[in-house]
Design a protein around this ligand. Structure first.
Ligand SMILES: Cc1cc2nc3c(=O)[nH]c(=O)nc-3n(C[C@H](O)[C@H](O)[C@H](O)COP(=O)(O)O)c2cc1C
Ligand code: SF4
Length: 712
């Protein structure tokens, strides 16, 4: 066992449920709970986490009634077909030695029903900024019926074979709506003062306890701080926590904030561990009962520090289990972990619109049932190319004309960690990956896992591509971890990485030595023709990110995510007076493609730092002291600037594509080199993964059985 994780890896307990360690996988609604596959994909998702050492896991919310469903397609426990799928999931997880809690959920006024779905209901008819609907106020009899719905859901959970239930009472859903004076305007037995507003949550816990019996573990997820002006005060939270325990909760899982709170809680700008004190306040209120800290804790070392520095008992981690299903086993073994970078791009942002969830740094999320089969994810099919040449068919007489090298063959991950055998693998192929940005590294990783001999060529002195720029942005330091993880894995898998080695048109002979080439050469910044654009203080964004010599007055030309990141970086407080940063954009909406959960938080931060944004910009001209322009109102303006950064888009760095076509080698073009329109890291990494799968399929077509499995 790795030293330094003794507290985290110590067994724990919730009620009568023994836990193998102190990490609980937090609830995540994945978007495929209701897939008509007999629960196969959902079971595979959890089984991959069990194999990676997860202890107790909590499912995404399962609605206790149709009106409680969050979005169309949400699983409803009254639906027998949904329950059948859950039975399979609970059964398979249990058989594998895993522990799964079913989360009982009611969205209340946050529900976004289909046009022909039930109307949202809530304690009072207070409009929801999330659904933009006004719910129906529940009659008293309706409130009592929902309490019964929770009890029925809990009964189902036990009968279906789950190990525990978690009641979703946080993040501003129905139970929170009863607790808060902002959303509960009633004056009856369910509202009017704090005691009566608490009554619904307490009644739910009591009814759930009665439904499942004394020995079945019941976790209550509650809000420790709603982060809303005029919301529930701390004294009420403490009293409420005690009342929940008295009603029969075995543990309290402390959430933070509502979906409508104006304070970021899960974004990259939130420092890891920031919300632990909120959970500590609840712990102080309830004494010995297990309390879980949650939100934005992304390393086991952090969890260890939390357990060491507080009286908290358990730590919930949700997204980190998307990023790395083997988070616990890898940490236990002291191996590199694929860290969740809190980008939200493939998980929360998709979940918010009811789409299927995945993970930017782990494109295998959602494909656990069939990791090697994958068609490219929607919109990510890399450019097709030549088929594998027949001459490289390993089942035929002609072996690939490659020098014999030792290769590494990896067995699927087990609790004991991967088995790595060094030796020749029949039919392994030689593949060159050109470009060691996230897309290229991911492709190399997946190819090497399948037993191929992979060589990566990177023109820069270091691997990482655009992530090397991103990790300098405040809150994005963990992007360096993605690169560190992938490069460490490549080393372990025997991949050869050449840095400072561009591959160009003159390298035809080099390329001919490979059975396949993945072109992942990325992008080059677009430099629009601009009067004064050649002046020495005008830089492209790549240089500006890595150049520590930005002036005190910085003008950023461009309105996308990179321009925002640059402004964020340039406005970071440091030595000397604050920089004066101005963003100049042609359109009227800054960073329109930035993820919904992140954009508002980052723009609020820029506002706090007094970054100026000028929209509708035309007629740009740069001189040594200023940028001159006409703004959206038609007014001529001069923005003083001693550094001008151009972040006005990117072009594919695709010169190599012509060469590989000429050579006739099997190839795929991925990431920015393929297309810069709509490019983001989710797409780039997914394309790297899809290219590795495409090579597998092509190789399989020539007779060799290959697989790309869950990363070991
Ligand atoms: C895709 C996704 C879906 C989620 N769905 C739920 C849910 O159904 N119920 C719930 O209580 N929390 C849900 N959450 C919130 C997580 O449980 C957790 O509070 C949040 O991700 C912050 O914790 P983390 O930093 O450990 O990820 C979801 C989070 C994600 C990323
Ligand atoms: S998509 Fe981003 S935030 Fe979500 S789990 Fe993956 S790395 Fe974390």
């Amino acid at each position: 066992m790795t030293t330094g994780l003794e507290r985290v890896l110590r067994p724990g307990r919730i009620g009568r449920l023994a836990l193998p360690h102190r990490i609980v996988m937090g609830a995540m609604h994945l978007g495929w709970e209701n897939r008509d596959d007999d629960g196969r994909a959902l079971a595979a998702f959890y089984l991959a986490r069990v194999a990676g050492g997860a202890g107790l896991m909590v499912t995404g919310g399962a609605a206790v009634s149709a009106a409680g469903a969050d979005v169309p397609g949400f699983g409803v426990l009254d639906d027998a077909a949904f329950r059948d799928r859950l039975r399979r999931v609970a059964g398979e997880v249990g058989a594998a030695g895993g522990l799964l809690a079913l989360q009982l959920f009611h969205a209340g006024r946050y529900a976004r029903p289909a046009a022909d779905g039930p109307r949202p209901v809530a304690p009072s008819a207070v409009p929801s900024p999330i659904s933009r609907l006004t719910p129906d106020a529940l009659p008293a009899a309706g409130v009592a019926r929902i309490v019964e719905d929770f009890a029925r859901g809990a009964h189902h959970a036990r009968e279906l074979g789950f190990s525990a239930v978690e009641i979703m009472g946080s993040e501003g859903y129905l139970i929170d709506q009863f607790l808060s004076p902002l959303t509960n305007r009633r004056d009856d037995e369910w509202g009017g003062d704090p005691q009566r507003r608490m009554r619904f949550g307490v009644a739910v816990v009591r009814a759930v306890r009665a439904a499942v019996g004394a020995d079945f573990p019941v976790v209550m997820r509650m809000t420790g701080d709603d982060l809303l002006p005029g919301g529930t005060d701390r004294d009420t939270v403490a009293q409420y926590a005690r009342a929940l325990v008295a009603a029969g909760a075995d543990a309290l899982n402390v959430g933070v904030g509502w979906h409508e709170s104006p304070v970021p809680t899960v974004q990259a700008v939130v420092p890891p561990g920031h919300w632990v004190p909120v959970a500590s306040v609840v712990k102080a209120a309830v004494g010995g009962l297990p309390v879980l800290a949650s939100n934005r804790i992304n390393r086991l070392t952090q969890a260890e520090a939390i357990l060491a520095g507080t009286t908290l008992d358990l730590v919930s981690m949700a997204r980190p289990f998307l990023a790395d299903p083997a988070l616990v086993e890898r940490s236990r073994a002291g191996r590199p972990v694929n860290i969740c970078v809190a980008c939200n791009q493939a998980c929360i942002d998709r979940s918010l619109v009811g789409a299927v969830v995945s993970c930017m740094v782990n494109p295998l999320v959602g494909r656990e049932a069939d990791p090697g089969s994958g068609a490219a994810p929607a919109g990510t099919d890399p450019t097709a190319s030549a088929e594998l040449p027949a001459s490289t068919d390993p089942t035929g007489s002609a072996d690939p004309p490659m020098p014999a090298e030792p290769v590494i063959h990896v067995e699927p991950v087990t609790r004991a960690g991967p088995v790595v055998r060094v030796g020749a693998v029949a039919g392994s192929r030689a593949v060159a990956v050109v470009g060691a940005g996230p897309a290229g590294l991911r492709a190399a990783h997946d190819l090497a896992l399948a037993g191929h001999r992979v060589t990566v060529y990177e023109a820069d002195r270091e691997p990482g591509g655009q992530f090397r720029l991103a990790c300098r942005v405040p809150g994005k330091a963990d992007y360096a971890e993605t690169i560190r993880f992938l490069t460490a894995e490549l080393t372990r898998l025997g991949v050869v990485l050449h840095t400072g080695r561009p591959v160009a048109g003159a390298d035809e002979d080099l390329l001919r030595r490979y059975d396949g080439v993945i072109v992942a050469t990325g992008v080059v910044p677009r430099r629009p023709d601009l009067p004064g654009g050649a002046l020495p203080h005008v830089r492209d964004y790549g240089t500006a990110f890595t150049d520590d010599a930005l002036g005190r007055r910085v003008a950023v030309i461009g309105g996308g995510g990179i321009a925002v990141d640059l402004a964020h970086l340039a406005s970071e407080p440091g030595a000397g007076p604050p920089r004066q940063v101005t963003i100049l954009l042609r359109g009227d909406r800054l960073a329109p493609r930035m993820g919904r959960s992140t954009r508002w938080a980052v723009l609020a931060e820029l506002r706090r730092r007094q970054v100026t944004v000028v929209t509708g910009v035309r007629g740009l001209r740069v001189d040594p002291d200023a940028v001159h322009l006409v703004d959206g109102t038609g007014a001529a303006r001069s923005v003083p600037a001693d550094t001008v950064v151009v972040a006005a888009g990117q072009l594919p760095a695709d010169a190599l594509v012509r060469t590989v076509r000429r050579v006739g080698v099997w190839h795929r073009v991925v990431g920015g080199a393929r297309d810069t329109v709509g490019l983001d890291a989710v797409r780039a990494i997914a394309e790297g993964h899809a290219a590795a799968l495409a090579f597998q399929r092509a190789a399989r077509g020539t007779g060799r059985a290959l697989r790309v499995g869950e990363p070991a």
